[in-house]
Design a binder for this molecule. Structure first.
Ligand SMILES: Nc1ncnc2c1ncn2[C@@H]1O[C@H](COP(=O)(O)OP(=O)(O)OP(=O)(O)O)[C@@H](O)[C@H]1O
Ligand SMILES: O=P(O)(O)OC[C@H]1O[C@H](OP(=O)(O)OP(=O)(O)O)[C@H](O)[C@@H]1O
Ligand SMILES: [Mg+2]
Length: 299
């Protein structure tokens, strides 16, 4: 039974966002024992209940205040809570943080062998999509007429099946488009997973938990983006070495026992350290170069 005073969070039950959403909560220190096919899970060490639902239902659960927080793609949020531009914008939720996963774009694509000379070539074409609102808004703004064909899945097969001339669907690596002989011609909307919060009064005890969770999520994201770098370097090359490591701030310089001309450097870098950078560091005389992942980070 769900208790009113426990924070309720909606996650996608099974799909593209599920494992990263669950893992994020677990990395935030929430102890939850997820069972396969379980629709509700209770945290053991914090007053938090998790509702596992279809992602399409998350915006509605937030608007209806059934849950306090939700993790969902911005594409689904925009589509489900779409308001026409000429209607006064109404706020339905607060976006608390973008999560840097579920990164994709809603794009227009056409068969590879079709000619494309800009959006005008899509005039009056049949467009298959699961995102009727986003597609309609995009073409309305460009004053380009089109015919909509709504499909809830397998949109990429629509041109081959003779259902549509164009598709508007999510793209990430482009593999699905490639496999279906389609080419991407225009991005309509960029998206990633985010945490949203319901509007309205939130009890103090819940707000404290939300704040704690947001701080931890921030820490997890920062840690994911950062690396801990350790190396030994000749003192004469310190400046050149530091300038190679963009995003590394205030390195700690430590003496090396028995070494006069070399020191140890420790630093946190907010950027990926590529093999090429490591090779350049080595050519500057650096040695024992270690790049380590960071698990948690509080600044
Ligand atoms: N290829 C992709 N790469 C990265 N993120 C993606 C990709 N495809 C979809 N997403 C993101 O993940 C979300 C969920 O995608 P998924 O395919 O699991 O949805 P679904 O089939 O509608 O799931 P559900 O059964 O929950 O309704 C999308 O709304 C989008 O934000
Ligand atoms: O550009 P790509 O990396 O190939 O990704 C794009 C595909 O990913 C999503 O589908 P998903 O695989 O989640 O399956 P679904 O359509 O059944 O939800 C999306 O609907 C595309 O079909
Ligand atoms: Mg869905």
């Amino acid at each position: 039974m769900l208790e009113k005073n426990r924070l309720r969070i909606a996650l996608q039950k099974s799909g593209r966002l599920s494992s990263e959403s669950y893992n994020l909560l677990i990395k935030c220190g929430i102890k939850i024992n997820f069972q396969h096919n379980q629709l509700i899970a209770f945290a053991e060490n914090m007053p938090i209940d998790i509702l596992c639902v279809r992602d399409d239902d998350i915006p509605g659960l937030i608007v209806d205040k059934v849950v306090d927080l939700g993790i969902v793609g911005e594409n689904v949020l925009e589509e489900k809570l779409f308001i026409k531009d000429n209607v006064k914008k109404k706020k339905f939720y607060n976006l608390l943080i973008r999560l840097d996963f579920g990164i994709c774009r809603l794009s227009l694509a056409i068969p590879k062998n079709s000619a494309y000379y800009g959006l005008d070539s899509l005039k009056n074409k049949r467009i298959a999509s699961s995102y009727p609102n986003l597609v309609t808004q995009f073409f309305y703004k460009k004053s380009i007429p089109f015919k909509l064909c709504i499909l809830n899945g397998s949109v990429e097969v629509a041109p081959r099946a003779g259902l549509a001339d164009v598709i508007c669907d999510l793209v990430s690596t482009g593999t699905t488009l490639e496999a279906n002989d389609l080419k991407e011609v225009q991005t309509v909307f960029n998206s990633q997973a985010c945490v949203i919060c319901r509007l309205g009064h939130i009890e103090n005890s819940k707000q404290i938990i939300i704040n704690k969770l947001m701080n931890r999520i921030n820490g997890v994201i920062k840690a994911r983006e950062s690396k801990y770098i350790m190396l030994h370097a000749p003192i004469s090359k310190l400046n050149e070495i530091i300038s190679l490591l963009h995003g590394a701030e205030n390195p700690t310089i430590l003496k090396l026992a028995g070494e006069k001309n070399r020191v140890a450097m420790h630093m946190v870098s907010s950027e990926t350290v590529f093999w090429e950078t490591m090779e350049k560091l080595k050519s500057l005389g650096a040695s024992s170069i270690l790049v380590l992942p960071i698990e948690k980070m509080l600044e």
